[in-house]
Design a protein around this ligand. Structure first.
Ligand SMILES: Nc1ncnc2c1ncn2[C@@H]1O[C@H](COP(=O)(O)OP(=O)(O)O)[C@@H](O)[C@H]1O
Ligand SMILES: [Mg+2]
Length: 292
């Protein structure tokens, strides 16, 4: 099971949007996906309608170490896509972890319970620094950080999000491998000059960083994302092909490219499921399939 967490100390960067849609595109390719909502404002928990809803959620999982699937895992209406709901509205998890001897390692220690049931666990977190976010990072193989291409967001990235990873460095002495950090430009308007300059400077400044890289895939600013959230659908189903006259790639192509970049081991499944919708694959993707 791969563990991917969405991390950004800034609210509104696109964590929940990416968690929901990446989960959706992987699940529609037949992969078994578990979403874990660790944000006390349960936005991811309400993105998809539920087929089977469980009373227990993130509070029982973290505070009581409850991992029984029949009690803690809800099923969404999307096949292969399950969810552990956020139900820690009062914020009890943080003080509890601060006083627990296994504190920041609690989630990491609970993962074996889900190991065989899922191919990927996607953890959504709160847009602020907290022990819960640190716990999510320490449980992850990869931390994906959406960044809007704005100067103030780029500054906050260094001060907030990247500062958080630096403070966890001492865990390496305990033999814990910290996740690779991937920055994902989100809500990009490529026609704007300042956007292009910020993107170039971000790529240049992390070019030789051993721990932080910038994803090749960028997510354009598209109304399909809020529309998909309103409909409770993954965005690749809402915008499967480019709208007439559009020059940037459609949401389905972007989400598939992101999934392939993060999980190259599942390229074949992702391309085959894209090929089932007429006209959905780009010319490059069709070439990849032909090559096998
Ligand atoms: N690429 C995008 N294009 C257009 N709107 C987006 C995009 N990504 C996110 N949004 C919108 O921005 C808002 C904040 O996104 P969200 O995922 O909730 O951020 P976070 O979870 O980091 O707080 C939401 O209304 C969402 O629909
Ligand atoms: Mg969110």
């Amino acid at each position: 099971m791969n563990v991917l967490s969405l991390i950004s100390t800034k609210g509104g960067a696109g964590k929940t949007t990416v968690a929901a849609n990446l989960g959706g595109v992987l699940a529609d390719s037949g992969l078994r996906v578990l979403l874990l909502d660790l944000d006390s404002q349960p936005t991811l928990s309400s993105y998809y309608a539920l087929r089977e809803s469980r009373e227990a959620g993130s509070y029982e999982l973290i505070a009581q170490r409850l991992t029984v699937p029949e009690q803690v895992i809800s099923a969404t209406v999307i096949q292969h896509l399950d969810l552990i709901l956020s139900n820690d509205r009062a914020g009890h998890i943080s003080p509890l972890l601060l006083h627990a001897p296994d504190g920041r390692l609690r989630l990491r220690n609970l993962l074996p319970a889900f190991q065989d049931r899922y191919d990927v666990l996607i953890v959504d977190t709160q847009g602020a620094r907290s022990i819960v976010v640190e716990m999510a990072i320490l449980a992850s193989d990869c931390a994906l950080c959406p960044v809007p291409p704005e100067m103030l967001a780029a500054r906050e990235l260094r001060r907030g999000t990247l500062g958080l990873f630096e403070e966890l460095e001492p865990y390496r002495y305990l033999g814990i491998v910290l996740p690779s950090v991937k920055l994902l430009l989100n809500q990009v308007n490529a026609n704007r000059r300042d956007t292009r300059l910020i993107m170039q400077s971000l790529r240049a400044s992390f070019q030789s960083d051993p721990h932080v890289s910038v994803c090749t895939t960028v997510i354009p600013d598209r109304v399909a994302y809020p529309n998909a959230a309103s409909l409770g659908l993954p965005v690749h189903r809402v915008e499967p092909t480019p709208p007439p006259g559009s020059r940037s790639p459609c949401a389905a192509e972007v989400m598939r490219a992101l999934a392939i970049e993060l999980f190259p081991q599942w390229t074949a499944q992702l391309l085959v499921s894209g090929a089932q919708v007429p006209g959905q694959l780009s010319a490059t993707e069709r070439r990849l399939i032909r090559r096998g």
